[in-house]
Write a protein of this length. Structure first.
Length: 261
């Protein structure tokens, strides 16, 4: 377990990496005894300092909920991070490529809550009951820690690699479609590179939100009304370069697109 000064030093290092658009060496290599609890303590302090700087928390992201993502990263359990107001981008936007240290894209569904969700015994049905609507989204991953050899401890400390999210398409009520079978085609520069269905997220994308509510309860937290929850990717991450146009076609739920300049 790390002591408070060590946790503060790591949080400050990650804030500086975000400001300078750089990456830092693996935390776990420099702190061999660092635990998952330490990592969430770092993330929590990092988030507090962003709030103190004027940012507003608007939601949460869940990562590594699908087998394809676990295989892609070598990490075998889900994690979570926080979403701030400056991380939410509307579909069709031009995104500043230099805002990030590196850019990868994931295909997800976002759940917007109509009421509070609190664990530890939250179920899929509780999530569906508490959801105002579901909307297509892209997550922009951004790692501030060198990627080779990362563990879940490194990733959690780095706010689960949350860079930003692009929201668009058609919002739907949870009873309008079978959320398990929402599908997407992910294209870069008009070439399809990834595809998937939402059931890849723990069998049902709402299960990711239930997992999050129960995990947050272990840390004395809950999900609030109006929060937007990125439920986890059902494709592998796709690398993006400057000048690329990204387009995700969710069929009856519409499309989400952005361009990196």
């Amino acid at each position: 377990m790390l002591d408070p000064p060590q946790i503060a030093a790591i949080a400050d290092e990650l804030l500086a990496a975000d400001r300078d658009r750089t990456t830092v060496p693996l935390l776990t290599a420099r702190n061999p005894g660092m635990t998952v609890d330490d990592a969430y303590a770092v993330q929590h302090l990092w988030a507090e300092r962003r709030v103190a700087a004027g940012r507003r928390l608007v939601g949460r992201k869940i990562g590594l909920t699908s087998k394809v993502m676990q295989v892609a990263t070598g990490i075998t359990e889900p994690d979570y991070g926080v979403i701030f107001d400056d991380m939410v981008i509307e579909s069709g936007a031009s995104v500043e490529f230099d805002r990030f240290s590196n850019v990868r894209i994931e295909v997800e569904l976002a759940f917007v809550l109509s009421k509070r969700l609190e664990g530890p015994n939250t179920t899929l049905f509780d999530v569906l009951d508490a959801t105002a609507y579901v909307v297509p989204a892209l997550e922009i991953l951004n790692s501030h820690i060198e990627m080779q050899g990362r563990t879940i401890v490194d990733t959690i400390s780095d706010n689960a690699a949350m860079g930003a999210m692009v929201v668009g398409g058609r919002p739907v009520k949870v009873d309008e479609v079978d959320l398990r079978w929402v599908s997407a085609l992910l294209s870069r520069n008009e070439t399809i590179e990834e595809s998937g269905v939402a059931a890849a997220v723990l069998g049902h994308p709402a299960m990711g939100v239930a997992w999050l509510a129960n995990k947050l309860a272990q840390h004395g937290q809950s999900l609030g009304e109006s929060e937007i929850i990125l439920a986890g990717s059902f494709t592998r991450p796709m690398w993006v370069e400057r000048g690329d146009t990204v387009h995700a076609d969710y069929r009856e739920l519409g499309a989400v697109t952005c361009r990196f300049e």
